[in-house]
Design a binder for this molecule. Structure first.
Ligand SMILES: [Zn+2]
Length: 572
């Protein structure tokens, strides 16, 4: 009991005597213009995503602004400038607009339903000139000039968007996304960050935590003031810590990213992580920064508060000894984690550490598998009819991999280790009939063994594909052409009051590669929404005539099977 009382006193004295509160506040760098950008929406700002939020294989590059669960809300230019890029894609940002501003910054508006005014006209013309829904154009400086507050489009749900919202970014003059809140675009937030869990990772051969060399969760005891004190750990040697934390704003319950994590060991700064700016070149290092294996198993992202090799992330600011701490025998200390959101709401976690060199009871568990790959060397591994090329530094660290093959199936380890760059999987398909060879593809198999098409190319009898994820891959054959069905009309129908023409297209095996539609021999723009398998033609494009119209549609899947659809409809 005396010992526990001593500890409580000890923690109290550390946190209240040595702590310098000035490190808690963040000051915006003087070179970031304030009030230059205004909100792109005129509705009250509510966020479903914050900058730097942890997503799969990337940090979120902007703000996701909620749009009242609907599409079609007007979007305005955040500042003066000109449209310097327009990209329309089936996936990713869907319909996106980029504005270049005179001070070197640019803004991005994504997942739009449509553009507005002369921008919409420009985009429509580009679709018809290119005879393609997917386009990317770079207008010149004097072509599409906008003033702050000009209507530029309407919010939507296009591309890889899971619900109506506006994705908004501010990029610096090197196209690096920055946190829009740094520019004064902010929302009400008086809620503290939520702490899900804290972990400790013993490093090296003689380190331990509670006589165990494996990563362990630390039990946290909530305090009445909202902070936490952890249950004391007994440790020795080099340690790193990790945290799973999210932030919530006042007007929405979405679990968003925090703004800053600072750690101290005995009052001395250990690491400072600030979500201020993240370039696209570095964003995939999220798989190095977070505990990848833990996420794959538990669906919770632990941010590692230490810097391992092959982690160049610029959000990791000043650090002492890369965020690792050293615990000596018979020396007590306190490790403090300080989590804050952009508005300065914060939570402190104090972890009392008793330094004790003790015999290790549970050694580091290393799973040995059939291939040991040295990260900086890479490897070329042959298994049955498959061969796998892992380039140098595709792995962040040396690893044992379990790689086996069984006929047309390649078991390429388990998806619990991250891959930074593409790995090439090749497979000999000479056992297939020559006529089938073009219909065979490599797919990633889900838990039910169903293949998901992986972009496959063929040279002679060898198929190959590039992947960035471990898992089970296999050969599959697709001889079934896409299925096409009229969605809102039928053949020979009068549809004078229809605003749009909709057709459902599906290919359950290799998936849709492309499509081409014409009315009376003239190409028509059909917008493809993969989320509901719909193609939509807007009658306001006026390609059809005011009498009988002949519609033709050809849809091709990823291995080249195609289907043709024809129908006649009447309008006046
Ligand atoms: Zn977004």
């Amino acid at each position: 009991m005396g010992r526990i009382l001593f500890f409580i006193f000890f923690i109290y004295s550390i946190s209240h005597s040595q702590e310098n509160l000035s490190y808690l506040t963040y000051s915006i760098p003087g070179d970031i213009p304030q009030n230059f950008f205004e909100s792109p929406l005129k509705i009250p700002l509510q966020l479903s995503g914050t900058f730097g939020e942890l997503r799969s294989n990337h940090f979120h590059a902007g703000l996701d602004i909620r749009t009242q669960q609907k599409q079609g809300i007007p979007v305005y230019a955040a500042a003066d400038g000109f449209v310097n890029r327009i990209k329309v894609a089936h996936f990713g940002y869907g319909k996106a607009l980029y504005i270049q501003h005179p001070n070197g910054y640019s803004t991005v508006y994504a997942h739009l339903q449509k553009y507005a005014g002369e921008i919409e006209d420009f985009v429509k013309n580009t679709h018809y000139e290119n005879e393609s829904y997917e386009i990317e154009v770079f207008p010149k400086a004097n072509q599409l000039i906008v003033k702050k507050g000009d209507l530029i489009g309407y919010t939507g749900n296009t591309g890889s968007s899971g619900g109506p919202h506006l994705h908004f970014e501010i990029r610096d003059n090197s196209s690096r996304p920055m946190n829009p809140k740094l520019f004064g675009i902010n929302v009400d937030d008086t809620r503290d960050p939520l702490i899900n869990s804290v972990f400790v990772y013993p490093q090296g051969n003689d380190s331990h935590v509670n006589q165990n060399q494996n990563p362990q969760q630390i039990r946290l005891v909530p305090q009445t003031d909202g902070n936490y004190i952890a249950e004391k750990i007994t440790a020795f040697g080099t340690l790193g810590f990790g945290i799973s934390t999210v932030d919530q704003q006042n007007a929405a319950n979405n679990r968003n990213g925090v703004f800053r994590i600072q750690t101290h060991h005995n009052g001395e700064k250990s690491i400072d992580i600030v979500f201020d700016r993240i370039s696209f070149d570095e964003t995939r290092y999220i798989n190095r920064y977070t505990d990848y294996g833990y996420f794959k198993e538990k669906k919770s992202r632990i941010q590692k508060l230490f810097i391992e090799r092959n982690n160049p992330l610029s959000i990791l600011k000043s650090s002492k000894n890369n965020g690792f701490i050293s615990v000596s025998d018979s020396l007590n200390s306190t490790y403090t984690i300080f989590v804050s959101d952009f508005n300065g709401n914060n939570v402190r976690i104090s972890i009392p550490i008793e330094g004790l060199k003790l015999p290790i009871k549970k050694e580091k568990s290393i799973e040995e598998h059939n291939h040991f790959v040295v990260a900086r060397e890479g490897a070329l591994i042959e298994k049955g009819k498959f061969s796998v090329y892992i380039p140098p530094n595709s792995l962040y660290e040396d690893a044992f991999l379990q790689i086996t093959s069984d006929g047309d199936i390649l078991n390429f380890h388990q998806d619990n280790i991250p891959l930074h760059t593409n790995v090439t999987i090749s497979v000999d398909v000479s056992n297939y009939e020559a006529s089938d060879m073009d219909k065979v593809f490599i797919g990633k198999l889900n838990y039910r063994g169903e293949p998901y098409y992986s972009s496959t190319s063929r040279v002679g009898n060898v198929l190959s594909t590039k992947v960035r994820e471990f898992g089970t891959y296999g050969l599959a054959i697709d001889t079934i052409p896409p299925v096409i069905t009229a969605a809102n009309f039928s053949d020979k129908q009068w549809i004078s009051n229809h605003k749009t023409l909709q057709i459902k297209i599906e290919d359950k095996q290799s998936g849709i590669k492309n499509y081409r539609a014409t009315i009376n021999g003239k190409w028509i723009l059909m917008e493809y929404e993969y989320k509901n398998n719909l193609l939509t033609y807007d009658f306001s494009d006026h390609i059809n005539s005011e009498t009988e119209n002949n519609l033709k549609l050809i849809v091709t899947d990823n291995v080249g099977n195609s289907s043709k659809f024809e129908a006649t409809f009447h309008r006046k």
